[in-house]
Structures are given as structure tokens and as C-alpha cells.
Design a protein around this ligand. Structure first.
Ligand code: BMA
Length: 890
């Protein structure tokens, strides 16, 4: 077809679309013509239902229960999870609705086991929260009122019933979780039965959209795109999944794709289609495009370049007389990504570091160290996890802390389309786990069939996003089996076989067939290729010479870089802290709860020995007497200090080990939180940053001067460079301070050089008189081209509790309105003056907004921090509302 004909065809299609279109009847609560109610088994409760929604939100809205995250409500509302709930919707259809060849009920997300009736007729059942269900309801439709009923089975009972038949370890979660058992039997968000950082809310409901789709011809369900780069151009392969709804039907029509490229140009290709649908009424259609490399720009991870996205419009116009048109718009990016697992010997050429395989991501041909963290669901109620504000705030916080990768962890959900679009926009690469975590899983036929559908649908839905970097079969299940975490040793062979059946025989081929463009790792952590060679359950899945590792050590001194083992890629490591009192107050107002030993505190700490572990770390470094009047308040604050320092030390250790690409990733555990409780998060439930997140903004800085205190007491100084250009002849400035003064005792300067995308040890320095280590600390800064090019960094040679001369600072605060403008929000300059050193200065404001920097080490008389106000206010009000804390040895 000539391009003129294509244009004509296009015009005709658009005109036809106005007359003839597929029609969707929205069953969500936003459609005023649909009324949803929900009722419990004995009908004692009937309340309005919400779609998308869930039972806990509906009961909360109807005042049957109060805020689920308040006090002990997680256990007090558990009756909700034991009852059975029926969601019913009533809506009117018009004669036009009955004229279509296909009328399908489409449920994007059903949580989880439900039996469905339409106008009194059983139409099927659901058992997988991650599957889009389609039910043919054409024969049951009526003009006038119609009724859809979903009878939800208690998820706790459904899990138990399956476990009775197909028991799979573990028996239950630890009792401190206050959770429910056997969630591994259900294809449901695994954390909804509780986790070591979260409460149990075994929800039911329609957590995603629901609708009835009416059509005569085929629809585009989703589109996959594959980009391949050659010298002068990109090849774009587009695969559209078409659904006619009728088995073996003929799908005939015109498929076209239009890509908008740079300079307001667009490229269109199209082709006639005549294919036969399979038994499932679906078919795939391919279309190729060649794009000259100069009309599109490369997509880069955050911090390494821009994220240009290009509109790709796909149309399918059916040939039938009443030619219907189906359309999808995707925003695609052009980049290459590769996970490089090559013989390390060729790079390192020595026996120790040279063993094993490399494990790093190459993006657009460049090896990139992945800085980031682990994403858990944004809300414990799945229907609230896609809230755009929450997702925006968390992803922007990740972006602002220079993160280039987040791992969507296997105990949560496949996130919303909005989430991945936002990651595409912000340049946040996603390590996507499949949703199996910390458990053995069943491998019976029904379970595997359901997983097949889930994996196929999710890979097809998410594949086109440039942000997706890698797929991983599960979280920690290989290491759990090898390490006998769930007492499976006596049945090792059985569990190994089931493991291979699920992740290797079932999931792997599906992922590889629908997305050959990315690596599928069987587990995280794993030894990558080596685990595969070793039959998928490696002898030591934490082998530092292969793949990724998870590392937790709560007993050793977490501020000591020498305790951390090397790794190719640290995909999890972390330490707990308490959320701020401000955040805790959103869950309880009882004064007696604000004690480490209160029933409430014990209830919220799910990690066995969690508070003891925090206390151990505090005790190693900070002075805190148990009879201190402000013990709890200080414990909370100090827990945030120890967490931030631990993560700083460990992350910098990994970044330092980037030399020659030994370690190429540091994703700490965990970015966010689902409730107000001690956890590993850097951001509290509600969005407030802990000290860790402020520290992350500094320890992930693109150029970082990073000192390491060695076992001999010397300091190795590293320069880390995430830029594409080398740093040549920069100056490292080392100020030696006495704790008693803001004037350095001595200052020395050293030349520094490092290659692009690399880290290099600049040398070792011994500055102090070993007898006076407790009187001194060191400040490191970097000057390059006369500009400060790295955040300042510090070495405290002895534990802070033992330093001599740290005095109580005399702090003055002054606030002025800034002339800088930040997206129309009000920025204020807060100037802090002090007469002595301040450790971990933590500023808070009662005005809605946040400090741009916090948790400061102040070693100069005057320091400026910006405050971003989210409400209209003035300098005087801000000054009045500021409170602060810091660490001191009293
Ligand atoms: C890792 C994670 C999570 C857990 C965290 C903290 O094992 O995969 O399962 O929450 O540690 O214990």
C-alpha cells in the first residue's frame, strides 16, 4: 500500500470509529449508574462497596471499623478476614448493549478466591489476584437491570483448605508477626498475611477496574516492543496481542503504528492482517519499523542522562462491515540493556577477585553501577497502593536520592501501569521479581496453570517499559531451601523438584518467549548462570563471586566497613530503625504506648529480637542511659542515626568496590513502609524521610569522596565517579578537627584522579596521633575545577560515645525567604549558627513541608539548609515552628 493510500485508509478509519466503536461499560464506582454493595455471610453487615476497592476500605468508609493502621486494629479487625463477603452490583443496560457479538465481563484484579454469578447464573470463579479475568456473559445480558455477584471466600480459610491438600512449608509465619498461615497457597499479595515489617490485612475485593467490553471485531489487548540498535538506525519490532473473543475466528483488518520522533516528525507503518485466532480467540500481529538513529535520543537511567519517551500509537481497524477500531498509546524509550555475566578472570586476572562471573548491567553500552533500594507495596491494602500521589512522592524521593534502580520485591504486587510509566519518566530501572517470597511454593497442576496465566499476562503488560531491566523468579526461595529456613531438609529432593517445576519449567519459558530481550534470573539472590549450572539450588547461593547477594548482620558493628563481605551485586542489605514520633502519633495518642516495653511497641515490632538488635548497635556507638528521662524519644532518634550510619558505611563499601566493576550494584532494603512501625525503610509511612533517606541522597551522590577506616586504624580514601568523563587532578581536602573547635587543627590536600564510571583508591592516610584518636575527627571534601564536587564526608576514629571534648552547641536559627523558585513552591533559607560541632542535627518543622537536607554533621559556624513549604507561610512562622535534635554524650 502506498503511503497516500495509508493516509486515506487512516482518515476513513477515524471517521468510521466515530460511528462504530467498541463499547465499554464501566463497572467501577466512579460510574454513577452502577451501585455496589457488600454484605457479610450472615448479612448482619451491609455497606456500600467500592470498585476498585477492598473490604477494609469499604468497612472503614462505612464506620464499621476505624482506621486500620491505628493502634492494634490489625488484630482487632481480623474478623473481617475470617468472614465471607459478597459484593453485588446492579446496573441498567440499554438495547444497544445486546447487539454485540462479544460481551465480556473483564475483571482486571480480583482479590482473590471468589465465585461469580451474573443475573443468577454461575459464570465462573477466580483464584489469582494477579490475573485479568474475562467471562463471556453475552447470553445472560438483559435490557434493564442486571446484577453481578461476587461471593468471596475468606482468604485465610481458602489458604488453609488448599494447605490441607497440598501442604507446602513453612507451616506458618513467626508468631511475632501476628499474621496468618499458608499464604503461599494463594496467588495473593504474600505480605497481606503479615511480614516482618508489616501487619496482616488479608483483604478481599475488586482491587482493580472492572467493566463489560462489547465488541464485534478484534481488540488490541497489549503491545510489546523490541528495540535493537545498529550503527545508523534502530529496528523497532512491535507485537500486538489481538483478542477477538471467538475461538478460531478470522481476524481481518488493518494494523498500523505511528511513532512520534524528534523534531515534530512521525513515522507510520501499517499492514493488512488476515490471521486466525487460536482456541482462546487471540492472535498476535507483528509490525516492524526502522528508525534512523538521529531522530530519537537515548533513554538513560536517572543520573546518567535524559529519559526521552516517544508516543507510539497502534491502531487496529477491523475489516467487518461495521469496522471497529481499537487503539493503544504507549510511550516507549530507546535504550539497550544487558546483564553481563562473563568470566571475571579476564577482567581481574588474579585468583581471588578473578574467580567466578561478573554481574553488572550495561546500559547503552556502558557498565553502570546500580544505586537504589527495594520497593515494597505502597500500601498494605492493595487497592490503595496505586494512589498516584503516594507513588509520585516515593518515586520522586528515589529520584532525588540519585537512585537508578528499584527492585519490586516478590512479596508485593506487580505494580500499576502508572507506577511503571512514572519509572520510565524518571529513569528508574526496575528489577522485577515474580511474586513468590520467603517460602516454598506448591507445584500442583491447578497452581501451576494459574501461575502460567499470571506470568503470561504480566510480562505482556509490562514488557514495553524501558524501565524494566530484569526479571527474577522469586525472593530468597533458593537460599531458603539451601539454608533449611523452613525445616525442609528431610524433604530436600521433593522441594527442589517443585522449585524447578515452578521457576524453571513453568515461569522461565514463558518469560523468555514473551520477552527474549531481558534476562530471567531464577531467584534473587542467586549465583545467576552458575546457579543454573548447579541445578538451580547452589551450594552457596550467597557466593560473592557470582550473581547478587542479600546480606544482613545485626550483631557485628554495622558502622565498621570491614565487616561487609564483597559481592558482585548487593540486591538487599539493611538495618531497622523506628519511625519518628510524629509518624507514630498518626497511629496512637496513648502516652503509655511511647515506651520500648509497652504492649503497643511489642505489637508493632515484627522482627524477632528487632529492638534488641537496634539497642546493640546504639550501644556500640552512642551513649544512652536506660534511666534517661527521654529514653524512648532518644532511642527512636538514635535508631535513625545508627541505621543511617550503617547504611552509609555499607553502601559506600559497595561503591568503593566498584573498582574494575567488582561490585556493580547496591540496592538497600527497603525504600518505603506500609505502617507506622520499626522497619528497614528510609521513608516512613506517610512519606516523611528518615535520616537514612537524607543520607542516601549524599552517599549515592554521582561523585563521592569516600573514606574507609581500616582495621589498622588508617584511612583508605576512595574517589567514586558516576560520570562519563574522568576526574583528573582534583583535590581531596582533609580537615582534621578537634571535637572542641570549629577551626580545623590541620588541613591537607591530596591530588585525586579516577576514570569515568569507576571508583579508585587514592591512597591511605595516617593523620592522627594514635593516642589522641578520641579527640579528633576528619572531614573530607573534594575540589575539582575550583568547585566543591562531592558532599562532605567524615571519619570518626572512635565510637562517638567515647570522644572527648564534644560540647553542647549554642544554636541560633535564622530564616529568610529564598529567591530561588522550586516549581512554584515556597523555598526558605534556614541558617543555623553554632559555636561548636553538632552531630546529626535533625531539623523538624510544624509547617507542612520538608527540609531539603537533614541529619547534618555541622563543623562550621554557619550552615544553610533550604526548607520547602507546601502551604502559604512566612519566614517568621517557619522560624517559630522549627524544633531540632542532635547527638551529644550526656
Ligand atoms: C529480606 C527481604 C524481606 C525481609 C527483609 C528483612 O529477607 O527479602 O523478606 O523483610 O529481609 O528481614
Amino acid at each position: 500500500m502506498t503511503s497516500r493510500m495509508q493516509v486515506l485508509c487512516f482518515v476513513t478509519i477515524i471517521v468510521i470509529q466515530i460511528i462504530q466503536c467498541t463499547c465499554t461499560f464501566d463497572l467501577s464506582s466512579s460510574n454513577k449508574d452502577v451501585v455496589w454493595t457488600v454484605e457479610n455471610e450472615n448479612k448482619s453487615i451491609t455497606v456500600p462497596g467500592t470498585v476498585p476497592g477492598g473490604i477494609y476500605t469499604d468497612l472503614q468508609n462505612a464506620n464499621i471499623i476505624t482506621d486500620v493502621l491505628e493502634g492494634f486494629n490489625d488484630v482487632l479487625t481480623r474478623w473481617v478476614a475470617y468472614d465471607s463477603w459478597t459484593y453485588t452490583s446492579k446496573f441498567k443496560l440499554k438495547p444497544k448493549h445486546l447487539k454485540y457479538a462479544i460481551s465480556n465481563l473483564v475483571l482486571e484484579g480480583v482479590d482473590t478466591v471468589a465465585f461469580l454469578e451474573f443475573n443468577g447464573n454461575p459464570i465462573g470463579w477466580t483464584n489469582n489476584m494477579f490475573v485479568r479475568y474475562v467471562f463471556d456473559i453475552r447470553q445472560y445480558l438483559k435490557v434493564g437491570e442486571n446484577e453481578l455477584v461476587l461471593n468471596f471466600v475468606s482468604p485465610v480459610e481458602a489458604a488453609k483448605a488448599r494447605s490441607d491438600k497440598h501442604f507446602t512449608a513453612p507451616n506458618c509465619v513467626p508468631s511475632v508477626y501476628n499474621g496468618e498461615c499458608h499464604v503461599n497457597q494463594l496467588r495473593k499479595m504474600q505480605a497481606s498475611f503479615s511480614w516482618d515489617w508489616g501487619p496482616a490485612f488479608p483483604s478481599v475485593g475488586l482491587w482493580k477496574n472492572a467493566s463489560i467490553e462489547f465488541h464485534n471485531g478484534a481488540l488490541i489487548r497489549n503491545v510489546r516492543t523490541f528495540t535493537e540498535k545498529s550503527e545508523s538506525h534502530w529496528s523497532l519490532r512491535i507485537i500486538a496481542s489481538l483478542e477477538s473473543g471467538l475461538p478460531r475466528s478470522e481476524i481481518k483488518g488493518y494494523l498500523s503504528a505511528t511513532l512520534s520522533v524528534n523534531a515534530h516528525q512521525s513515522l507510520t507503518v501499517g499492514r493488512m492482517l488476515d490471521v486466525q485466532a487460536g482456541e482462546d480467540g487471540a492472535a498476535e500481529a507483528k509490525i516492524n519499523m526502522t528508525i534512523s538513529a538521529n531522530v530519537v535520543s537515548l533513554w538513560w537511567p536517572n543520573g546518567f542522562g535524559e529519559q526521552p519517551l516517544y508516543d507510539l500509537n497502534i491502531f487496529f481497524s477491523n475489516d467487518a462491515e461495521n469496522g471497529e477500531m481499537s487503539h493503544k498509546l504507549l510511550k516507549i524509550g530507546f535504550r539497550t540493556i544487558e546483564l553481563v555475566e562473563n568470566d571475571a578472570y579476564t577482567i581481574f586476572g588474579n585468583k581471588t577477585a578473578g574467580q567466578g562471573l561478573t554481574f553488572y548491567f550495561k546500559v547503552n553500552g556502558y557498565p553502570i553501577f546500580m544505586k537504589g533500594s527495594n520497593w515494597i507495596p505502597a500500601n498494605i491494602l492493595p487497592e490503595l497502593g496505586s494512589d498516584k500521589n503516594t507513588v509520585d512522592n516515593l518515586l520522586l524521593a528515589a529520584r532525588d536520592a540519585h537512585m537508578a534502580m528499584l527492585r519490586v520485591w516478590g512479596g508485593g504486587v506487580y505494580e500499576s501501569d502508572y507506577f511503571y510509566q512514572k519509572c520510565d519518566e524518571l529513569g528508574i530501572l526496575i528489577w522485577q521479581d515474580f511474586l513468590f517470597a520467603c517460602s516454598m511454593y506448591p507445584a500442583d497442576k491447578d497452581f501451576l496453570e494459574s501461575v502460567k496465566t499470571e506470568v503470561e499476562q504480566q510480562v505482556k503488560r509490562l514488557q514495553y517499559h524501558p524501565s524494566i531491566a530484569v526479571w527474577a523468579g522469586n525472593n530468597e526461595n533458593e537460599v531458603a531451601l539451601r539454608g533449611n529456613w523452613y525445616m525442609t531438609q528431610t524433604q530436600f529432593e521433593r522441594y527442589k523438584q517443585e522449585y524447578v517445576k515452578l521457576y524453571v519449567d513453568t515461569i522461565k519459558p514463558i518469560v523468555e518467549s514473551y520477552d527474549p530481550s531481558r534476562r530471567y534470573l531464577v531467584s534473587s539472590p542467586s549465583n545467576g548462570k552458575k546457579s543454573e549450572e548447579d541445578g538451580y539450588i547452589a551450594q552457596n547461593p550467597y557466593d560473592p563471586h557470582y550473581g547478587d547477594t542479600h546480606y544482613y548482620n545485626y550483631l557485628a558493628d554495622n558502622w565498621d566497613a570491614n565487616i561487609y563481605p564483597q559481592t558482585r551485586f548487593a540486591s538487599e542489605y539493611g538495618f531497622q530503625s523506628f519511625p519518628s514520633l510524629k509518624t507514630m502519633r498518626t497511629a496512637t495518642n496513648n502516652t503509655e504506648d511511647f515506651s520500648l516495653y509497652s504492649k503497643y511497641s511489642k505489637h508493632r515490632q515484627h522482627s524477632p529480637n528487632g529492638n534488641t538488635n537496634i539497642r546493640i548497635q546504639i550501644k556500640k556507638h552512642l551513649k544512652l542511659d536506660s534511666d534517661d528521662k527521654k529514653y524512648f524519644e532518644k532511642f527512636v532518634f538514635y535508631s535513625q542515626i545508627t541505621q543511617a550510619m550503617a547504611m552509609k558505611t555499607e553502601t559506600e563499601f559497595y561503591r568503593q568496590s566498584q573498582a574494575d566493576w567488582y561490585t556493580m550494584g547496591a540496592l538497600y532494603w527497603q525504600l518505603n513502609d506500609v505502617w507506622q512501625a520499626p522497619s528497614w525503610s528510609g521513608i516512613e509511612y506517610g512519606g516523611k524521610w528518615k535520616m537514612l533517606h537524607y543520607f542516601a541522597k549524599r552517599f549515592f551522590a554521582p561523585v563521592l569522596i569516600s573514606p574507609r577506616l581500616t582495621l589498622t586504624g588508617d584511612v583508605d580514601v576512595y574517589l567514586i565517579n558516576d560520570r562519563f568523563v574522568p576526574i583528573i587532578d582534583a583535590n581531596i581536602i582533609v580537615d582534621v578537627f578537634n571535637w572542641t573547635s570549629l577551626t580545623p587543627v590541620s588541613t591537607k590536600s591530596y591530588p585525586a584522579n579516577v576514570n569515568p564510571l569507576s571508583s579508585k583508591k587514592q591512597g591511605s592516610i595516617v593523620i592522627w596521633d594514635k593516642d589522641k584518636k578520641d579527640e579528633l575527627f576528619l572531614r573530607f571534601s573534594l575540589e575539582y575545577d575550583c568547585v566543591k564536587s562531592s558532599p562532605e564526608n567524615y571519619i570518626f576514629p572512635v565510637a562517638l560515645k567515647s570522644v572527648k571534648g564534644l560540647g553542647k552547641p549554642n544554636i541560633q536559627i535564622h530564616v529568610t525567604k529564598s529567591s530561588k523558585d522550586l516549581n512554584n513552591e515556597m523555598l526558605y533559607e534556614v541558617t543555623i549558627t553554632t559555636d561548636s560541632v553538632i552531630l546529626f542535627l535533625w531539623l523538624e518543622s510544624d509547617i507542612h513541608g520538608h527540609f531539603i537536607d537533614n541529619g547534618l554533621i555541622v563543623a562550621q559556624p554557619s550552615t544553610q539548609v533550604d526548607f520547602l513549604a507546601k502551604v502559604s507561610t512566612n519566614a517568621e512562622e517557619i522560624k517559630r515552628g522549627i524544633t531540632y535534635q542532635y547527638y551529644i554524650n550526656t
